[in-house]
Design a protein around this ligand. Structure first.
Ligand SMILES: Cc1ncc(COP(=O)(O)O)c(C=O)c1O
Length: 420
């Protein structure tokens, strides 16, 4: 009996020693107490708002609608087309790939390729499960009691719902149709205070296609650096521009930059993105968080992403050419529909955000368009019901036919409304 008691005490002693060792080790990167829950100051459980945009897209995914004008990417690639960029039918590296875990930071060769493309040291690059995971890490890290984040409105919906779910106060700066969707750096500065953890800028912007000029981005960067606030530049549509191109914020020493393979590269099925983070402690914390969440990326996807980066001239010019040609068609059709709708021509990316001049909710319009074989995205998914998102990057083959049908449909729609 006494022996058993001694064994138990010894065991508890060992567990305690083990805990202390773990705590010391993790303290070297950030404070954590193993075995004790940390007070987080939250009074409500983590809950996401419904993701209206995704629900709308998913509800029309099968059977697919004839013309997808709701997509936010460029032209699709098949696996075969991507592999053939290497000059080989099926590169041996692909066939011999070991399907094991990758590295938590991302495959080294891919990180090097991204670092070279972005002109930053490889240590600063982490590969994530899409820009979505990169954004999640940034908000997750910012989630401290009493903290706030400054994000655009309208925006890619998770940029509002994720920080909200994490208990952060979300302060939105507005992009206004009347102001050609311009970002006003001074409005952003006025929203920030000593509790602001991060400022998010998205250029080219989803859904409007607005861009932030280099001088404005530098102004915001210098402001954020002075105040000790993290500036995040979400550049998933860079470098697709339809006018004056802008530089990546990777050239600015304190900016955190988020990019991906889904938009400009149009390889959304790889589910990969990256984050360029200059702050060593933040990098450690992102990696720690991802070790808890997704552990590593899928090596097969990283292999293909590496090919995409190394052949980016071909991929990005295809996106750019298709988007430019289709944008010219949209411009013409919307000019003909000027009595019914108005828009600000996108300066970048593959989406625009027209407005119904009647001011009515566009959901019924989008539902009727879907019945006529055209998938659009209702503006209420972005909190602006009188707008709708129109994607113009996904295909060249059928785009002009789709826009002809769109023109006829819009015309008939407005006549029916007037008769009511
Ligand atoms: C502005 C913006 N950022 C990030 C994302 C996330 O993209 P992904 O996770 O596919 O890289 C999206 C997707 O639509 C987006 O529009």
């Amino acid at each position: 009996m006494e022996d058993l008691k001694n064994q138990k005490t010894e065991k508890i002693g060992e567990i305690q020693k083990g805990r202390r060792r773990l705590e010391q080790r993790s303290e070297a990167c950030f404070p954590i107490t193993i075995g004790e829950s940390r007070k987080f100051g939250r009074s409500t459980p983590v809950k996401f708002q419904p993701f209206l945009l995704d629900q709308w897209l998913q509800s029309h995914a099968e059977p697919p609608i004839e013309f997808d004008l709701a997509a936010s990417t460029g032209p699709h690639w098949t696996l075969q087309e991507l592999l053939q960029l290497t000059g080989e039918e099926a590169p041996t590296g692909w066939l011999e790939l070991e399907l094991t875990y990758s590295r938590a930071e991302g495959m080294t060769r891919l990180r090097e390729a991204i670092a070279e493309m972005q002109g930053v040291p490889v240590d600063e690059v982490l590969v994530t499960a899409g820009a979505s995971e990169a954004l999640f890490h940034a908000f997750f890290l910012a989630a401290e009691p009493g903290a706030n984040v400054v994000v655009p409105f309208p925006c890619f919906p998770p940029n509002q719902s994720v920080p909200e779910a994490l208990g952060l106060e979300v302060r939105s700066y507005r992009l206004r149709h009347q102001n050609a969707w311009r970002v006003d750096p001074e409005e952003i500065a006025a929203l920030a205070d000593s509790h602001t953890k991060l400022i998010l800028v998205n250029s080219p912007h989803n859904p409007t296609g607005a861009t932030v000029a280099d001088a404005e981005m530098r102004w915001l960067h210098d402001f954020a650096a002075r105040k000790g606030i993290q500036l995040i530049s979400d550049e998933v549509y860079h470098p697709i521009y339809h006018g004056e191109p802008t530089a990546s914020a990777a050239a600015l020493p304190h900016a955190t930059v988020i990019g991906d393979f889904s938009k400009a590269f149009s390889l959304g099925g790889l589910r990969l993105g990256w984050i360029i983070e200059r702050d060593r402690i933040r990098r450690k914390m992102y990696v720690n968080a991802r070790e808890h969440l997704t552990i590593t990326n899928v090596p097969a996807a990283e292999y293909l992403a590496d090919i995409a980066i190394r052949h980016r001239d071909r991929i990005l010019s295809r996106t750019s050419e298709v988007a430019a040609r289709n944008l010219a068609i949209v411009g013409q059709v919307l000019a003909e529909q000027a009595e019914i709708m108005e828009w600000v021509r996108p300066r970048g990316g593959m989406t625009g955000f027209p407005r119904l001049k009647s001011g009515e909710d566009s959901r019924a319009f989008c539902q009727a368009a879907a019945r006529h074989g055209m998938l659009l995205a209702p503006g209420d998914c972005f909190g602006m019901p009188d707008h709708f998102r129109l994607g113009f990057g996904v295909s060249e083959e059928w785009f002009s036919r789709a826009m002809q049908r769109f023109a006829q449909f819009s015309h008939e729609w407005s006549h029916t409304r007037q008769a009511m």
